[in-house]
Design a protein around this ligand. Structure first.
Ligand code: ARG
Length: 565
């Protein structure tokens, strides 16, 4: 039953307002003591030529109690509605327990296709901590859209093309050590790449050779292509190890190289539409009307660049998926790049480009340089995840020395802790990396929420078989009811997260839910002696519902639950 619609219907009957308008106006009051829904009477004041306070008062007098709404109270210019707690509780809990992990799902998206492009690391370069931001956000957004009934495709736009591969091939041929590469591919490739730059300072000839290698790679020459393929395969193998740890996967790994043969068409289209002009020998699209620098399409040597590949990729995605939305989860540093390519597409008359959106995010900062990594200055994501797992294992071993599956729990909690940190605030905010807050079992952290879940599950286990003697009218205290209200708000939080492309709404939701659950746990004993049977049983139903929703919400964040910790 939809209580909001039900209440809106009542309002429209009471004051003659259109039902849709009443739905639009009703809101959730800021405090529980102000009821479940509030109807502001300010807009009626004009038409009725009365003070809103008076309207609220008159409406409250006209209102009569029914099965679902217990009372309507006038406070200031608002009419506050109070649901019948027992009825509402029954409705919410039964709905959750009947639907299980499907509770809160909807078909709002109507199977429209949403592309979520995320992660997109660069071949032969470190998969570093910055990539975790896009990986965590994108993984979560993909699940959120799916939950709302969209057809989601996960895309990894690998950075696997560009002149740097000429340098890498050159470096490999000079100093490549297959044995070392076998052990630590990216670390070693990075090492020879850095060495290339050092040596090229002294010997500029190397740059020429590198350019030749890239040219040969573009022309599909055997040796270069094989080497490039080898670097790509080795890198992908390392990336996939991290993806496995995070439970992340993709529908497509079509990276920049995939579009290298699709660019001539783009150049042709832009030329035909008279959008290209020359600037210092390069072909560019002028964007001065938007007050941004021109978008370079072809460099002076005729080579295409990052932007050209992105435009070709967008066109390909449009043709392949006919998307409703094409989301790029990429750092704020690339905001101008996306502004430029979106503007070029718009100028080309591609109306569908309105569905393209840059979902940006901030930086990761390290206040204490104490992060141990085997790679010196660069913070490899894999190292951070491993470190988090081992730190978690230490904490668990200290807290619960006898726990059986410590390693497994430490994995889920340690990785959850890292993910949570990246989804905890509005994405545009920078992250200050701190092990202490990340692994604070009592703070705003994944371990706190996971612990709350485990606590709930342990109560249910201890209770054993539940007899179904439940009575929702006995669990209507403020602490119980606050929990029920929050459970009812799950899908609103998910909707908001999708609307703003901000998983933190789900994160904040589940953290508050866990907090309220712990409050309830203290004030409402469940398995203690002397608790009446129906109170115990009904509270157990509530606990079960809370666990179900915590698990679903964490799932949307990419975080796993554990049964005990
Ligand atoms: N590979 C790039 C990087 O690591 C990110 C790619 C972003 N996606 C895109 N379509 N340009 O910085």
């Amino acid at each position: 039953m939809d209580y909001k619609e039900y209440t809106a219907k009542k309002i429209s009957e009471l004051c003659g307002m259109e039902f849709e308008e009443a739905v639009r106006l009703t809101e959730i009051p800021p405090e529980q003591k102000l009821g479940d829904l509030a109807f502001p009477c300010f807009s009626l004041a004009k038409t009725l030529r009365k003070a809103p306070q008076l309207i609220a008062k008159e409406l409250s007098e006209k209102f009569s109690e029914d099965k679902y709404i217990q009372k309507a109270e006038a406070v200031g210019g608002y009419l506050n509605f109070f649901y019948n707690r027992a009825e509402f509780t029954k409705d919410v809990i039964e709905n959750i327990l009947k639907n299980g992990e499907n509770y809160g799902k909807s078909d709002f998206g109507g199977e429209k296709t949403v592309l979520v492009e995320y992660s997109s690391p660069n071949i032969a370069k470190p998969f570093h901590i910055g990539h975790l931001f896009t990986t965590a956000l994108g993984h979560s957004l993909a699940r959120i859209y799916e939950f709302l009934g969209y057809n989601v495709k996960r895309l990894n736009h690998l950075g696997d093309w560009g002149t740097q591969f000429g340098k890498l091939i050159c470096a490999y041929k000079l100093w490549g050590d297959d044995e070392a590469i076998e052990k630590d591919a990216i670390g070693e490739l990075l090492k020879i790449y850095v060495k290339f730059h050092e040596e090229a300072e002294k010997n500029p000839e190397l740059e020429v050779t590198a350019r030749e290698h890239f040219k040969r790679l573009e022309d599909g020459e055997k040796e270069e292509t094989e080497l490039w393929q080898k670097f790509r395969d080795l890198s992908l193998k390392e990336f996939k190890r991290v993806y496995d740890m995070l439970g992340v996967d993709f529908d497509s790994y079509n990276g920049e190289s995939f579009y290298s043969d699709k660019m001539p068409e783009v150049v042709e289209i832009l030329r035909e539409k008279n959008l290209l002009s020359e600037s210092d020998g390069a072909q560019v699209v002028d964007l001065s009307e938007l007050n941004i620098p021109p978008c370079i399409i072809l460099k002076s040597d005729g080579a295409t660049i990052y932007a050209t590949r992105d435009i070709a990729a967008a066109l390909y995605r449009h043709r392949t998926y006919d998307f409703y939305k094409n989301i790029y989860v990429v750092g704020t540093a690339q905001a101008l790049h996306f502004q430029q390519i979106f503007a070029v597409m718009k100028k080309a008359g591609w109306e569908w480009s309105d569905g393209c959106q840059h979902v940006n995010f901030g930086l990761v900062k390290f206040p204490d340089k104490k992060l141990s990594t085997r790679h010196g200055d660069v913070v490899f994501l894999e190292d951070v995840l491993n470190e988090s797992v081992s730190k978690t294992l230490e904490i668990i071993t200290e807290n619960t020395p006898l726990m059986e599956n410590k390693e497994e729990v430490a994995k889920k909690v340690g990785i959850g802790a890292v993910l949570y940190t990246f989804l905890k605030n509005s994405r545009e905010k920078d992250i200050v990396f701190s092990w202490d807050s990340m692994l604070d079992f009592d703070g705003e952290s994944a371990p706190y929420v996971q612990y709350s879940y485990a606590r709930g599950r342990s109560i249910l286990r201890r209770a054993g078989d539940r007899n179904k003697n439940v009575d929702f009218s006995v669990v209507t205290s403020d602490d119980e009811y606050a929990l029920v209200s929050m459970l009812a708000g799950f899908s609103d939080a998910v909707m908001l997260a999708a609307e703003k492309n901000e998983p933190f709404y789900v994160n904040r939701y589940v953290t508050n839910l866990a907090r309220q659950f712990n409050k309830f746990y203290v004030s409402c004993p469940i398995l203690k002696d002397g608790i009446p049977e129906e109170v115990k049983n009904t509270r157990l139903e509530l606990v079960d519902a809370v666990c179900t929703v915590i698990k679903s919400a964490l799932y949307l964040l990419g975080i796993e639950t554990v049964e005990s910790m």
